[in-house]
Design a protein around this ligand. Structure first.
Ligand SMILES: *Cc1c(COP(=O)(O)O)cnc(C)c1O
Length: 834
């Protein structure tokens, strides 16, 4: 089964594992670096490839993680502790090198050691590809969570897929998005450790068959399947200076070595081998859709592949230590499902327990319902995954039978609770009836889990009231909120060394592990000398950002201007359009000479559009065309600049967040589940202009209404306005908006491309516009004017900026993970021993 079935006859001597600890000083690190560069990688002075010095440094650091990694594993195994498995189709980890350096506490020693060899550390770190195994917020959240789990010394393992091609690279040509493949593994990945000895086999296709087991009970087996091997690759996840190194296990699909013997014997050897390629396609590419379902068969294959391989891996570990006794399995294991993408795990755990480990249905269901927990990430109906029953029949026939059985028993439970309420049965069924019956994955996740959580207070409340109301009435105790957070190691300590230095000096030591200590900044906001230092750090960060914008976008951002930033996936609900309408309004004011009390502004936008999302791509083109006109007009000099930064990704955000003055969080209220970009900006001293949506509400509560620029309809008002929404009336009644629309509709921003923005203007004028852009325009423009006025008053602005950082402690993912652990996971911390 596994290509590594040959085992050692005699176990290796224990002495083999007595490794001396590795040197952590500058000279010792430099020696290792030299050895890896010259010997392991075999490079010398004729190689100018920038990748290899980076790789040599990565291996040097990896060695230091390796011993801590093993000790962490041994501590978890030795304690036989309860564990959590975080199942996610996406992990947007960002670069590993500077993170490893920070967490191991090796920055100074390495800087010195390399400097003595004449090597510049920063330049070298830039050669690490940014692993983009995620779309946006959901994948980045998974990465922040793993970081916090390791720092809090919680036994949590991530499970995901090792996509050969990550998120596409975005190039802008003539203002439009062009996608290029991201072959991030081309040069190899020094951080991963292949573990072929733990290869699993995943079944697809085939049929089911009833038989009598050895005890004479009727049982089912899944036969004639096309199997695919799942080969694990482990990535180390270091905690902050605590000797814990957790694991992210990513599965790669590989062909089995069994051949179609008929073809083989008929002499079609090469055809038989070529067919194996199909198997490897499963982990070839990440689906680049954010917050929308996709419906492609390959995507369902990916989902089941992750679920099946990961659960087998966990059950293998369990039976290794406990044999076939599952009576305490639920006490020691918990799966956290990151959205519905891995929801098929509910049925797959049932299948493995019942079919492969011969548990009774009731026992297996009891275990499943005590081990699965589900996190919902969106209220958008288009993101709710449903798979055609027909597809399940072909691809996962046994899983479909199990879903039917779960559904039949569940509907009996509903019937007992609401006798005779057939409408409710139809609404709550795991199967949506109709022309093409579908499996509702979110409902499968809810029925099979003991915990269902949203990701911000408002979002969790809207789930209870709306989307999942029936389920909330049935099981109110399952529903809870876990407001998102971000790791302050990457999003403050690593990305903002200037501010980190100031915090070290003012707050002392490890504030990044106890972020509430930032509250200590609040009194300093009243201190003019402190504000001056704060401003200087921000200016230096703005200089760094302006350099990037100049280099990539060829747009000049003067440092005294307000840096007004919106970077995130391009989606209509996030309302990049509203931002651009404001830019056009400012431009129009400039053209009319209405520039008294003007605050110079540099507006930066960035983000990827799903390749099939036509409107999002038009929005990108629109932003770029507006930027081109504004920047080329001499009247705007010193007043307004606009740029679209291509290929927004984690490593770019690490430069953008510290250099931002004003953070744009302007989604239609009730649409953004939480947002995490908002938190990164806040931590780095940006002030938010935003709607009462997602975690913005909690950000405003923390920082106080005076330090947040609030505008727009509330979620309730959005719902109430829908029935009589009249965007054309609003446009006609507001001279500023009328002029903005008139300018755009006149073709001012598409002189030689007639009609290309018609869909955009029509969407704004559509009474059924779900995002209600026109409804919030006036309030947005007025609030932007308040922000501009505040920026002209430096005392006030820098006070606000400091208070935003000071009150951002709640948005550390350490707090979030603490909440998950207290309410859902209930893990003990485990400290590795020497
Ligand atoms: C934080 C982050 C996101 C999420 O941003 P939102 O504003 O919450 O949508 C997306 N992509 C990247 C690269 C990020 O770092």
């Amino acid at each position: 089964m596994s290509p590594y079935k040959t085992l050692l006859q005699n176990p290796l001597s224990e002495h083999l594992f007595d490794l001396p600890s590795l040197p952590m000083d500058a000279a010792g690190l430099a020696r290792d670096f030299q050895r890896y560069y010259g010997y392991t990688l075999g490079r010398d002075s004729d190689s100018l490839a920038a990748y290899y010095p980076y790789a040599a440094l990565a291996i040097t650091l990896r060695d230091r993680l390796m011993e801590r990694w093993k000790r962490t594993r041994q501590a978890y195994d030795g304690d036989k502790c309860r564990r959590v498995y975080y199942l996610s189709l996406e992990f947007l980890m960002g670069r590993a090198l500077s993170n490893a350096m920070l967490n191991l506490g090796l920055e100074d020693a390495l800087t010195k050691g390399l400097h003595d060899l004449g090597v510049q550390l920063e330049e070298l770190a830039e050669n690490e590809p940014d692993p983009g195994l995620g779309n946006g917020g959901l994948g980045r959240l998974a990465a922040c969570f793993l970081d916090s789990c390791a720092t809090l010394q919680l036994p949590v393992r991530g499970y995901g897929l090792r996509y050969e091609y990550g998120m596409f690279r975005q190039v802008i040509e003539h203002g439009a998005q062009v996608e290029e493949p991201d072959h991030w593994l081309r040069d190899g990945n020094p951080w991963e450790l292949e573990r072929p000895e733990f290869t699993q086999r995943v079944q697809f296709g085939g049929r089911t068959e009833r038989y009598l087991d050895h005890r004479g009970r009727e049982a089912v087996r899944w036969v004639d399947t096309c199997d695919v091997l799942a080969v694990p690759y482990d990535l180390p996840v270091p905690g902050y200076r605590n000797d814990t190194v957790n694991t992210l296990r990513l599965w790669k699909a590989a062909a089995t070595d069994d051949f179609n013997l008929d073809e083989f014997n008929a002499g079609s050897y090469t055809e038989a081998v070529a067919q194996k390629n199909q198997a490897e396609h499963i982990t070839m590419v990440l689906y680049p859709n954010d917050a929308s379902e996709n419906g492609k068969e390959l995507r369902l294959r990916q989902q089941f592949f992750l679920a099946s391989a990961s659960i087998k891996d966990v059950l293998r570990d369990w039976t290794r230590l406990n044999g076939e006794d599952f009576s305490r399995f639920a006490e020691f294991n918990c799966f956290q499902l990151n959205d519905t993408h891995p929801a098929v795990s509910v049925a797959e755990l049932m299948r493995q327990l019942v079919d492969e480990h011969q548990l009774s249905w009731d026992t297996a269901w009891g275990i499943t319902r005590e081990t699965m927990a589900y996190t919902n990430h969106t209220l958008l109906p288009e993101a709710l995954e449903r798979w055609p029953v027909r597809l399940f029949e072909q691809l996962l026939p046994r899983i479909l039978e199990i879903i039917y059985e779960i559904n039949a028993r569940f509907l009996m439970e509903v019937e007992r609770h609401w006798p005779g309420d057939n409408e409710r049965l139809r609404r709550m069924s795991l199967i949506e009836e109709g022309h093409e019956p579908q499996v509702r994955m979110a409902y499968l996740a809810i029925v099979g889990s003991f915990s269902v959580n949203g990701v911000a207070a408002l979002h969790s409340e809207l789930l209870r009231q709306g989307l999942f109301h029936d389920f909330y009435e049935l099981w109110p105790e399952k529903f809870n909120n876990k407001t998102n957070g971000v790791t302050p190691r990457r999003w403050l300590a690593m990305c903002n060394p200037g501010l980190a230095g100031l915090l070290d000096a003012e707050l002392g030591g490890d504030w990044m592990c106890d972020l509430e200590r930032l509250e200590g900044l609040a009194p300093l906001a009243e201190d003019a000398a402190f504000r001056a230092r704060w401003r200087e750090i921000k200016q230096e960060n703005k200089r760094r950002l302006a350099e990037v914008v100049a280099q990539i976008c060829h747009v000049d951002f003067p440092l005294e201007a307000m840096f007004d930033v919106q970077v995130k996936r391009i989606h209509e609900y996030k309302r990049q359009l509203l931002n651009v309408l404001h830019v056009v309004h400012l431009y129009n004011r400039i053209k009319q000479g209405d520039t008294r009390d003007w605050t110079p502004r540099c507006v930066l936008l960035g983000g990827k559009a799903a390749p099939g999302y036509v409107m999002a791509k038009q929005i990108i083109k629109f932003i770029n065309n507006v930027a081109a006109v504004v920047n080329a007009d001499p009247d705007t000099a010193g007043l307004l600049r606009v740029a679209f930064v291509p290929d927004y990704r984690v490593s770019l955000m690490e430069v953008i967040a510290p250099g931002t003055d004003l953070s744009e969080q302007i989604s239609t209220a009730g649409k953004e589940a939480s947002g995490t970009g908002n938190m990164k900006f806040m931590m780095n001293g940006a002030v938010t202009i935003g709607t009462l949506d997602g975690a913005n509400i909690e950000i405003r509560e923390q920082v106080g209404a005076d330090n947040f620029f609030l505008f727009g309809l509330t979620a309730e008002e959005v719902v109430a306005t829908r029935a009589h929404y009249d965007p054309n009336g609003i446009i006609a009644a507001d001279p500023a908006l009328r002029e903005v629309m008139g300018l755009i509709e006149s073709g001012y921003f598409n002189r030689f491309e007639p009609g290309i923005f018609d869909a955009i203007t029509l969407s704004i004028r559509n009474p059924h516009d779900p995002w209600m852009t026109a409804a919030d325009f006036r309030s947005y423009v007025d609030t932007q004017e308040q922000a501009a006025a505040a920026y002209r008053d430096p005392e006030r602005w820098w006070r606000m900026s400091i208070l935003n950082s000071a009150h951002s402690g709640r948005f550390s993912s350490d707090r979030t993970i603490g909440d998950y652990n207290r309410d859902i996971w209930r893990l003990q911390t485990i400290t590795p021993r020497d």
